[in-house]
Design a protein around this ligand. Sequence first.
Ligand code: BES
Ligand code: MG
Ligand code: ZN
Length: 466
Amino acid sequence: MEIKIIENTKDIQCDVLVVSKFEGKETSNPLLNRFAPETFTGKKGQTFLIHTQNEYPSTYILGLGLGKAGALDNSTITESVAKAVKKCVEIKAKSIAFDIDTNFAYEVALVIGVSIANYHFDKYKNKKEHRISEIYLSNVAPEGVNAAKTISDSIKLARNLANEPAAFATPSKLAEIAQGLEGLETVIYDEPKIRELGMGAYLAVAQGSTQPPKFIHMKYIPQNPKKRIAIIGKGLCFDSGGLDIKPASSMLTMKHDMSGAAAVLGVMKAIGKIRPDVEVHGIIAACENMPSGASYKPGDILTAKNGKTIEVDNTDAEGRLTLADALCYACELGVDEIIDIATLTGACIVALGTATSGIMGNNDEFVKDIIETGKYSGEKFWQLPMWQEYRDNMDSDVADMKNTGTRNGGASAAGMFLKEFVTDDVKWAHLDVAGTAFMDKPYKEFIKGATGVGVRTILNYIAAII
Ligand code: BES
Ligand code: MG
Ligand code: ZN
């Protein structure tokens, strides 16, 4: 999709001219006065589409409600614009111009909205989906548009990888993609090195699969960084549950159990381009969780990188085992902050649904910062508790802990498990995106499938792009 910045979008010949209106505010826009039906009040997300019958340079006018002027924010723009784009796609429009009337710097949120709504995963389809090919904007900052393109490309990479079948997006493939990202220094550790590093929990998960594990460490190291941060993505390229195998319906979408890793790859792609004054480490302990004669078993006792021992209570609680070793590794780097992002627990979906990701951590200020950045970026996070009680029922008779407790409060229990592998000198936040990473039907600006959740928030947190 091409984005053209022009002097005035109003008179451009294109398929659709999108004209915005605020709710309850008189508009002086002559186009709205001429074409809008009386029922068009400007309510958030409201649209009307009218053919201009050659009375105007654009073939159609699409009115777009942005809600109350005082409540306008980035997510309103992203979601509303996405809605407009979907309408344009319905009539097979190719070119759209935007006449957005606000003094809010809306271009980043707008371009992200257009690109999210214009996304399709049709690589494997012979008949391709219709896409918008050109958009026209005026009165926007080119730097904003460029920043939005960078974020959009990162979201797209994350969505593509999570939508890919597990047969394509293997641990080796993720490693290959990481190595291809520009502006970063990337190292990949294979099994012998992972063993040497003492990552016994991660290796146990990986051992049942014929796909070899790949530990991926992408580094972006500027001179005199303002701070040092690690982002860790859960990289389960397929989660069958292992010997504690999942029922068919739960296994169906488990190709996306590497959505956290996909988000980290997306973020690192942008970091290599933006080159912020922050040292950033992107870390993925990639593997598959499969049942076989070589699989790890319930009752096995594993030793993580920090020496703590774990009794395997359930082989389907595998993500926390891979993250445990990745967290130890990140702490040893001596970073100031760690953010991990993981499709970790079904319990988080039960608690928060598909609109909101869970967030937990060892520092409330840090967690709040990320929640606020999320609000600003159009992604919702809700803090879940980290009380000792959630840890108590993971006590084991034969090891330092078990990998599961009771089902109830499972997202917090998983958070407390991860905390065992984080040293106190580092600020750490854990994002549970089990409910938000993959939609089983179209939702807001997203089609069915991967959403790339986390990319916008983490990028804005690190690089303050918007
Ligand atoms: N990958 C799943 C969590 C998940 C479920 C993500 C649904 C996205 C959608 C995770 O590895 C898992 O299986 N968790 C178990 C943990 C349980 C055994 C303690 C779960 O949530 O059931
Ligand atoms: Mg599992
Ligand atoms: Zn999993």
